[in-house]
Design a protein around this ligand. Structure first.
Ligand SMILES: Cc1cc2nc3c(=O)[nH]c(=O)nc-3n(C[C@H](O)[C@H](O)[C@H](O)COP(=O)(O)OP(=O)(O)OC[C@H]3O[C@@H](n4cnc5c(N)ncnc54)[C@H](O)[C@@H]3O)c2cc1C
Length: 319
């Protein structure tokens, strides 16, 4: 028995969520008295550094190959490595990639599967794991009773801690199985922290009145080193790109800080953001529903408050 953790490395860069699941898997393995093995597929710079977060072995499949993500191929590689190493628990990040393969791996391994877990499993009496349900209004406790288990973990569930040191990866070559999928084009945004990985998010809604006013949101985000997001009507009106839309039908996020500017706080919006650790709401309507979910609220005109907040942050940074 061992815990196998799949670490994503798009364009050769290990994602922050990869270090999180490495730490998560090693903590789970520790509580079960077993070994945690990290798995990387394709080119990955600094694969050895994953060892710092607890896994005792690193297996690097096809380390010289620029592996485009293919859900069928990645599923076969991960399940093969799991079988070869008697790994009965497989951990993935709940990213777009993780979501695409968690269910497939679960079926191939005949495993009880929980996607979007937001806690470490409790293993003292059975195997119990928590995840948010009903748009974040409740927490469901899942009991996995099968021997094989597959879990995808929400970003920011555990802050990765350095508890080990670099480990030389063991390299393995696996020929790609024939696949029915063909990648025609890949578009990857550069230079920004993707929303699911962002620790700080500045988000704005229809209260902004129009796309021409977004400069103050970008300035606030840049002063904090935050990623920008928006409500759905903003993306639907093409004021902002669709990948920034958060909520029930957009990206679900869990940052340490979510600043909501001119967003009413409809249930469908809250569904994607109310697991944020700290929520700050800026809205001119004191009755806006978002204030009920807020840790801090400012009632007032965003066009006055946001530039003042940015100036205060910049001043603080200069001290
Ligand atoms: C099936 C379904 C799925 C949906 N999925 C999503 C989703 O995933 N994400 C999502 O966001 N929405 C979603 N919606 C839409 C959702 O119901 C709301 O309509 C939407 O979130 C409202 O966006 P908003 O808060 O930006 O706009 P509004 O509701 O128009 O709110 C604008 C806010 O700005 C404030 N404001 C205005 N001017 C100022 C100012 N000068 N200073 C300060 N505050 C100001 C107002 O007081 C108001 O609270 C969904 C709806 C449905 C039916």
């Amino acid at each position: 028995m061992s815990v196998l953790v799949y670490i994503e490395s798009p364009k050769g860069r290990i994602k922050k969520s990869g270090f999180e699941v490495a730490y998560y898997g090693s903590q789970l393995a520790k509580s079960l008295g077993t070994e945690c093995i990290a798995l990387l597929i394709g080119i990955a710079n600094d694969a050895a550094s994953v060892g710092q977060y607890g896994p005792s072995r690193i297996i690097h499949v096809n380390p010289d190959k620029d592996e485009s993500f293919d859900s069928q191929n990645f599923t076969s590689i991960i399940t093969k490595i799991a079988l070869d190493h008697q790994s009965n628990i497989i951990i993935l990040s709940n990213t777009a990639t993780g979501k695409a393969i968690t269910g497939r791996i679960g079926i191939k391994m005949n495993a009880g599967t929980v996607s979007g877990a937001n806690s470490l499993p409790e293993v003292a009496d059975g195997f119990v794991i928590n995840k948010s349900v009903y748009s974040g209004k409740a927490i469901a406790r899942y009991v996995i009773e099968t021997e094989n288990k597959v879990i995808s973990v929400m970003g920011n569930t555990l802050q990765p801690q350095i508890i080990g040191s670099n480990i030389s990866p063991e390299t393995v070559q696996i020929s790609n199985a024939p696949t029915r999928l063909k990648v025609i084009e890949r578009k990857i945004s550069e230079g920004i922290i993707p929303l699911p990985e962002a620790e700080l998010v500045v988000s704005a809604g229809r209260g902004m009145k129009g796309p021409e006013n977004w400069g103050i949101i970008e300035e606030l985000a840049s002063s904090l080193g935050a990623t920008t997001a928006c409500s759905r009507p903003v993306a639907d009106s093409h004021w902002r790109p669709h990948h920034e839309h958060v909520g029930q039908t957009g990206v679900a996020i869990r940052p340490n800080l979510y600043i909501a500017v001119g967003i009413s706080g409809a249930i469908q919006h809250l569904a994607g953001v109310n697991n944020s650790k700290v929520i700050v709401v800026i809205n001119k309507d004191a009755e806006a529903p978002f204030f009920k979910a807020a840790d801090y609220g400012v009632v007032g005109d965003l066009f006055e408050i946001v530039p003042k907040l940015t100036a205060a942050i910049n001043k603080y940074k200069q001290q």
